[in-house]
Design a protein around this ligand. Structure first.
Ligand code: ZN
Length: 200
């Protein structure tokens, strides 16, 4: 199944000052498109174009770095666009997910501090996450295109801390970007859907 660039689920200017139209145009139209195009070429070359995206991500990890980087980044970004929404962020969290954040992550304030610390201390490019592992939520960070799938976990929420995600709007102030993501951008409804699926 060939990879395809999905449409953004909102207008380019919908996230306002927190993530500009210019950032979304470059990030979605150029960076994500490149992961799709390169991923398709490399999946063909590896004879894996008939496999699902998740299968390709898991099978290429540690065995085919070029394919893995592009396929995993395609997977990560498909979710990333949905992990944000206009008027998102803050404590408006659906009940079941909120209860799990309270029991597994020590509550919202501790989640926020730990998630931001994971993103701020990921040296170089990468991602910070809430992932579900062995039935519990945990905070993770991963380098480059790596994601919780290849560590036996399921992504519930992820934030892209590659410079291409924040440099236009925040320059080098990654912590400011992380704070804006948590306070004003997170689409908790989408995280909650993934949480319900992972819990089923
Ligand atoms: Zn990105």
């Amino acid at each position: 199944m060939a990879f395809e660039l999905p449409e953004l689920p909102y207008a380019y200017d919908a996230l306002g000052e927190f993530m500009s139209a210019e950032t979304l145009e470059y990030h979605h139209d150029k960076h994500h498109q490149a992961y799709v195009d390169n991923g398709n070429k490399l999946a063909d070359a590896a004879g894996m174009s008939g496999n699902s995206l998740e299968e390709i991500v898991k099978a290429s990890f540690g065995t085919n770095a070029g394919l893995f980087n592009n396929a995993a980044q395609h997977y990560n970004h498909m979710h990333f666009w949905h992990w944000m929404a206009p008027n998102g962020g803050g404590t408006k969290i659906p009940g079941n997910l909120e209860a799990a954040i309270n029991s597994d992550l020590g509550g919202y304030d501790k989640f926020k501090a730990d998630f931001m610390a994971a993103g701020a201390t990921q040296f170089g490019s990468g991602w910070c996450w809430i992932a579900m592992k062995d039935g519990k939520l945990e905070i993770m960070k991963t380098p480059n295109g790596e994601n919780p799938l290849v560590h036996g976990a399921t992504p519930i929420l992820g934030c892209d801390v590659w410079e291409h995600s924040y440099y236009i709007d925040y320059r080098n102030a990654r912590p400011k970007y992380l704070e804006a993501f948590v306070d004003s951008l997170i689409n908790w409804e989408y995280a909650s859907e993934l949480f319900e699926k992972a819990s089923a």
